[in-house]
Design a protein around this ligand. Sequence first.
Ligand code: KIV
Length: 290
Amino acid sequence: MSTTFQLDTSTSRANPTPAPMKRLTVPRIRGRKKDGVTEKPLVMLTAYTARQAQLLDAHCDLLLVGDSLGQVIYGLPSTIPVTLRMMADHAAAVVRGSYHSVVVVDMPFGSYESSPQQAFESASFLLKESGAAAVKLEGGQAMAETVEFLNQRGIPVMGHVGLTPQAVNVLGGYMARGRSDAEADKIVSDSKALDDAGAFSIVIEGVVEPIAIAATEAVSCPTIGIGASAKCDGQVLVTEDMLGMFERVPRFVKRYEDIASVIDKTVAKYAEEVRDRSFPGDEQTYQPKS
Ligand code: KIV
Protein backbone atom coordinates (compact mmCIF):
# COMPACT_ATOMS: atom_id res chain seq x y z
CA MET A 1 0.00 0.00 0.00
CA SER A 2 1.45 3.38 -0.93
CA THR A 3 1.99 6.08 1.64
CA THR A 4 2.13 9.83 1.34
CA PHE A 5 3.18 10.57 4.91
CA GLN A 6 5.65 13.37 5.65
CA LEU A 7 8.59 12.49 7.83
CA ASP A 8 8.71 15.04 10.60
CA THR A 9 12.45 15.45 10.73
CA SER A 10 14.66 18.22 9.48
CA THR A 11 17.25 15.72 8.31
CA SER A 12 14.93 13.75 5.96
CA ARG A 13 15.80 13.75 2.27
CA ALA A 14 12.40 12.33 1.44
CA ASN A 15 10.47 15.59 1.33
CA PRO A 16 12.83 18.51 0.76
CA THR A 17 10.08 20.75 -0.61
CA PRO A 18 7.04 20.33 1.60
CA ALA A 19 5.03 22.87 -0.34
CA PRO A 20 1.87 21.04 -1.35
CA MET A 21 0.05 22.58 -4.31
CA LYS A 22 -3.36 21.64 -5.56
CA ARG A 23 -2.89 18.68 -7.92
CA LEU A 24 -4.20 18.96 -11.47
CA THR A 25 -6.97 16.52 -12.40
CA VAL A 26 -7.68 14.37 -15.43
CA PRO A 27 -10.77 16.46 -16.41
CA ARG A 28 -8.62 19.61 -16.31
CA ILE A 29 -6.07 17.99 -18.62
CA ARG A 30 -8.84 16.80 -20.96
CA GLY A 31 -10.39 20.27 -20.86
CA ARG A 32 -7.22 21.97 -22.09
CA LYS A 33 -8.33 21.17 -25.66
CA LYS A 34 -11.45 23.17 -26.42
CA ASP A 35 -13.20 22.96 -29.80
CA GLY A 36 -10.08 21.44 -31.33
CA VAL A 37 -7.70 24.08 -29.94
CA THR A 38 -5.14 23.75 -27.13
CA GLU A 39 -3.87 27.22 -26.33
CA LYS A 40 -1.29 26.09 -23.79
CA PRO A 41 0.42 22.84 -24.87
CA LEU A 42 0.56 20.08 -22.25
CA VAL A 43 3.98 19.31 -20.77
CA MET A 44 4.67 15.69 -19.86
CA LEU A 45 7.92 13.95 -18.90
CA THR A 46 8.62 10.46 -17.66
CA ALA A 47 9.47 10.00 -13.96
CA TYR A 48 10.43 6.81 -12.20
CA THR A 49 11.62 7.91 -8.75
CA ALA A 50 10.46 10.22 -5.96
CA ARG A 51 13.41 12.60 -6.27
CA GLN A 52 13.02 12.84 -10.03
CA ALA A 53 9.33 13.61 -9.54
CA GLN A 54 10.18 16.37 -7.04
CA LEU A 55 12.50 18.01 -9.55
CA LEU A 56 10.10 17.78 -12.51
CA ASP A 57 6.75 18.35 -10.84
CA ALA A 58 6.43 22.13 -10.84
CA HIS A 59 7.32 22.32 -14.55
CA CYS A 60 4.96 19.63 -15.80
CA ASP A 61 1.24 19.03 -16.22
CA LEU A 62 1.65 15.26 -16.31
CA LEU A 63 4.29 12.83 -15.06
CA LEU A 64 4.34 9.53 -16.90
CA VAL A 65 5.64 6.47 -15.11
CA GLY A 66 6.51 4.88 -18.44
CA ASP A 67 7.34 1.24 -18.97
CA SER A 68 10.48 2.62 -20.64
CA LEU A 69 11.81 2.19 -17.08
CA GLY A 70 12.52 -1.37 -18.24
CA GLN A 71 15.40 -0.11 -20.37
CA VAL A 72 16.23 3.12 -18.52
CA ILE A 73 16.27 1.84 -14.92
CA TYR A 74 16.55 -1.94 -15.18
CA GLY A 75 18.78 -2.31 -18.27
CA LEU A 76 16.29 -4.65 -19.95
CA PRO A 77 16.40 -5.05 -23.75
CA SER A 78 12.79 -3.87 -24.27
CA THR A 79 9.60 -3.06 -22.35
CA ILE A 80 8.29 -6.61 -22.77
CA PRO A 81 9.64 -8.05 -19.45
CA VAL A 82 8.31 -5.15 -17.31
CA THR A 83 5.87 -6.32 -14.60
CA LEU A 84 2.89 -4.82 -12.78
CA ARG A 85 4.90 -4.91 -9.51
CA MET A 86 7.68 -2.79 -11.02
CA MET A 87 5.18 -0.27 -12.38
CA ALA A 88 3.25 -0.06 -9.10
CA ASP A 89 6.36 0.53 -6.98
CA HIS A 90 7.82 3.22 -9.22
CA ALA A 91 4.43 4.90 -9.61
CA ALA A 92 4.01 5.03 -5.81
CA ALA A 93 7.42 6.73 -5.53
CA VAL A 94 6.46 9.29 -8.18
CA VAL A 95 3.14 10.03 -6.48
CA ARG A 96 5.00 10.55 -3.17
CA GLY A 97 7.40 12.94 -4.89
CA SER A 98 4.81 15.11 -6.62
CA TYR A 99 2.12 17.55 -5.55
CA HIS A 100 1.00 19.19 -8.76
CA SER A 101 1.14 16.96 -11.87
CA VAL A 102 -1.31 14.27 -12.85
CA VAL A 103 0.55 10.96 -12.50
CA VAL A 104 -0.15 8.46 -15.28
CA VAL A 105 1.19 4.91 -15.06
CA ASP A 106 1.84 2.60 -18.00
CA MET A 107 0.13 -0.78 -18.08
CA PRO A 108 2.90 -3.27 -18.85
CA PHE A 109 2.81 -5.79 -21.69
CA GLY A 110 0.58 -8.78 -20.93
CA SER A 111 -1.41 -7.05 -18.18
CA TYR A 112 -4.37 -5.79 -20.22
CA GLU A 113 -4.60 -7.18 -23.74
CA SER A 114 -6.61 -10.34 -23.24
CA SER A 115 -9.88 -8.77 -22.01
CA PRO A 116 -11.39 -5.63 -20.52
CA GLN A 117 -11.75 -7.58 -17.25
CA GLN A 118 -8.05 -8.41 -17.19
CA ALA A 119 -7.32 -4.73 -17.85
CA PHE A 120 -9.58 -3.68 -14.97
CA GLU A 121 -7.85 -6.06 -12.55
CA SER A 122 -4.43 -4.74 -13.55
CA ALA A 123 -5.36 -1.06 -13.71
CA SER A 124 -7.15 -1.10 -10.36
CA PHE A 125 -4.11 -2.81 -8.81
CA LEU A 126 -1.84 -0.07 -10.19
CA LEU A 127 -4.05 2.77 -8.96
CA LYS A 128 -4.62 1.21 -5.52
CA GLU A 129 -0.94 0.47 -4.97
CA SER A 130 0.39 3.78 -6.21
CA GLY A 131 -2.19 6.54 -5.89
CA ALA A 132 -1.69 7.44 -9.58
CA ALA A 133 -4.69 9.06 -11.28
CA ALA A 134 -4.74 7.29 -14.64
CA VAL A 135 -3.27 4.50 -16.73
CA LYS A 136 -1.81 4.46 -20.24
CA LEU A 137 -2.09 1.52 -22.61
CA GLU A 138 -0.84 0.87 -26.13
CA GLY A 139 -3.05 0.10 -29.12
CA GLY A 140 -5.92 1.69 -31.06
CA GLN A 141 -9.17 0.16 -32.30
CA ALA A 142 -8.31 -3.19 -30.69
CA MET A 143 -8.21 -1.50 -27.27
CA ALA A 144 -11.28 0.75 -27.69
CA GLU A 145 -13.64 -1.61 -25.86
CA THR A 146 -11.15 -1.85 -22.98
CA VAL A 147 -10.74 1.93 -22.78
CA GLU A 148 -14.51 2.37 -22.54
CA PHE A 149 -14.80 -0.43 -19.96
CA LEU A 150 -12.15 1.12 -17.72
CA ASN A 151 -13.44 4.65 -18.12
CA GLN A 152 -16.97 3.62 -17.18
CA ARG A 153 -15.57 1.97 -14.05
CA GLY A 154 -13.65 4.99 -12.81
CA ILE A 155 -10.26 4.51 -14.45
CA PRO A 156 -9.15 7.28 -16.81
CA VAL A 157 -7.13 6.04 -19.76
CA MET A 158 -4.45 7.67 -21.92
CA GLY A 159 -4.08 5.94 -25.30
CA HIS A 160 -0.85 5.37 -27.25
CA VAL A 161 -0.71 4.94 -31.05
CA GLY A 162 1.86 4.93 -33.85
CA LEU A 163 5.13 3.40 -32.74
CA THR A 164 3.99 1.23 -29.84
CA PRO A 165 7.14 -0.27 -28.25
CA GLN A 166 5.32 -3.22 -26.65
CA ALA A 167 4.54 -4.39 -30.21
CA VAL A 168 8.22 -4.37 -31.23
CA ASN A 169 8.11 -8.07 -32.11
CA VAL A 170 5.26 -7.46 -34.56
CA LEU A 171 6.60 -4.14 -35.90
CA GLY A 172 10.14 -5.51 -36.31
CA GLY A 173 11.87 -2.47 -34.79
CA TYR A 174 11.48 1.09 -33.58
CA MET A 175 11.28 2.91 -36.94
CA ALA A 176 8.81 5.73 -37.62
CA ARG A 177 5.29 4.64 -38.58
CA GLY A 178 2.72 6.03 -41.00
CA ARG A 179 4.81 6.02 -44.19
CA SER A 180 2.35 3.89 -46.20
CA ASP A 181 -1.20 5.06 -46.88
CA ALA A 182 -2.65 2.06 -45.08
CA GLU A 183 -0.55 2.63 -41.98
CA ALA A 184 -1.29 6.37 -42.00
CA ASP A 185 -5.06 5.73 -42.24
CA LYS A 186 -4.83 3.21 -39.41
CA ILE A 187 -3.06 5.67 -37.07
CA VAL A 188 -5.79 8.25 -37.64
CA SER A 189 -8.63 5.73 -37.29
CA ASP A 190 -7.03 4.20 -34.18
CA SER A 191 -6.83 7.67 -32.63
CA LYS A 192 -10.50 8.31 -33.40
CA ALA A 193 -11.52 4.95 -31.93
CA LEU A 194 -9.69 5.76 -28.66
CA ASP A 195 -11.22 9.24 -28.56
CA ASP A 196 -14.73 7.84 -29.11
CA ALA A 197 -14.10 5.27 -26.38
CA GLY A 198 -13.36 8.05 -23.88
CA ALA A 199 -9.54 8.24 -23.72
CA PHE A 200 -8.69 11.54 -21.99
CA SER A 201 -5.59 12.00 -24.14
CA ILE A 202 -3.53 10.05 -26.65
CA VAL A 203 0.25 9.71 -27.01
CA ILE A 204 1.28 9.72 -30.67
CA GLU A 205 4.77 8.24 -30.94
CA GLY A 206 7.20 8.05 -33.85
CA VAL A 207 4.95 8.91 -36.79
CA VAL A 208 5.53 11.07 -39.83
CA GLU A 209 4.46 14.63 -39.10
CA PRO A 210 1.43 15.00 -41.43
CA ILE A 211 -0.17 11.95 -39.85
CA ALA A 212 0.43 13.29 -36.33
CA ILE A 213 -1.28 16.53 -37.40
CA ALA A 214 -4.17 14.65 -39.07
CA ALA A 215 -4.71 12.53 -35.94
CA THR A 216 -4.57 15.60 -33.70
CA GLU A 217 -7.18 17.35 -35.84
CA ALA A 218 -9.36 14.23 -35.95
CA VAL A 219 -9.79 13.82 -32.19
CA SER A 220 -11.47 15.91 -29.52
CA CYS A 221 -9.06 14.94 -26.71
CA PRO A 222 -5.50 16.30 -26.47
CA THR A 223 -2.73 14.43 -28.26
CA ILE A 224 0.75 14.27 -26.77
CA GLY A 225 3.54 13.89 -29.30
CA ILE A 226 6.89 12.13 -29.08
CA GLY A 227 8.67 12.03 -32.40
CA ALA A 228 5.46 13.39 -33.93
CA SER A 229 4.82 17.14 -34.38
CA ALA A 230 4.97 20.47 -32.53
CA LYS A 231 1.32 20.78 -33.60
CA CYS A 232 0.28 18.02 -31.19
CA ASP A 233 -1.55 19.34 -28.12
CA GLY A 234 1.42 18.52 -25.89
CA GLN A 235 4.82 16.83 -25.85
CA VAL A 236 6.51 14.08 -23.86
CA LEU A 237 10.10 12.84 -23.70
CA VAL A 238 11.91 10.29 -21.60
CA THR A 239 13.58 12.51 -18.98
CA GLU A 240 16.92 10.66 -19.02
CA ASP A 241 17.03 11.10 -22.82
CA MET A 242 16.42 14.85 -22.77
CA LEU A 243 18.88 15.34 -19.90
CA GLY A 244 21.62 13.56 -21.86
CA MET A 245 22.09 10.50 -19.63
CA PHE A 246 22.59 8.34 -22.73
CA GLU A 247 24.98 8.82 -25.65
CA ARG A 248 22.59 7.14 -28.11
CA VAL A 249 19.01 8.38 -28.32
CA PRO A 250 16.29 8.26 -30.99
CA ARG A 251 16.47 11.03 -33.63
CA PHE A 252 13.41 12.77 -32.20
CA VAL A 253 15.06 13.41 -28.82
CA LYS A 254 16.53 16.83 -28.15
CA ARG A 255 19.35 16.51 -25.60
CA TYR A 256 18.94 19.66 -23.51
CA GLU A 257 21.94 18.80 -21.34
CA ASP A 258 24.86 16.39 -21.23
CA ILE A 259 24.33 15.02 -17.73
CA ALA A 260 26.34 11.89 -18.51
CA SER A 261 29.49 14.03 -18.91
CA VAL A 262 28.73 15.97 -15.74
CA ILE A 263 28.41 12.68 -13.82
CA ASP A 264 31.58 11.29 -15.41
CA LYS A 265 33.63 14.36 -14.44
CA THR A 266 32.15 14.50 -10.94
CA VAL A 267 32.73 10.83 -10.17
CA ALA A 268 36.28 10.99 -11.57
CA LYS A 269 36.97 13.87 -9.15
CA TYR A 270 35.54 11.88 -6.22
CA ALA A 271 37.61 8.80 -7.12
CA GLU A 272 40.76 10.95 -7.35
CA GLU A 273 40.10 12.52 -3.92
CA VAL A 274 39.42 9.14 -2.29
CA ARG A 275 42.64 7.77 -3.77
CA ASP A 276 44.81 10.74 -2.73
CA ARG A 277 43.07 10.85 0.71
CA SER A 278 41.88 14.47 0.32
CA PHE A 279 38.30 13.27 0.87
CA PRO A 280 36.86 13.31 3.49
CA GLY A 281 38.32 16.64 4.62
CA ASP A 282 37.89 18.55 7.89
CA GLU A 283 34.38 19.71 6.93
CA GLN A 284 33.14 16.19 6.40
CA THR A 285 34.60 14.58 9.54
CA TYR A 286 33.43 14.60 13.16
CA GLN A 287 35.86 15.52 15.91
CA PRO A 288 35.33 14.98 19.63
CA LYS A 289 33.79 18.05 21.33
CA SER A 290 36.54 19.94 23.23
O1 KIV B 1 7.22 4.29 -21.63
C1 KIV B 1 7.35 5.47 -21.96
O2 KIV B 1 8.24 6.19 -21.49
C2 KIV B 1 6.41 6.01 -22.95
C3 KIV B 1 6.71 7.35 -23.52
C4 KIV B 1 7.90 7.29 -24.37
C5 KIV B 1 5.55 7.94 -24.21
O3 KIV B 1 5.45 5.38 -23.26
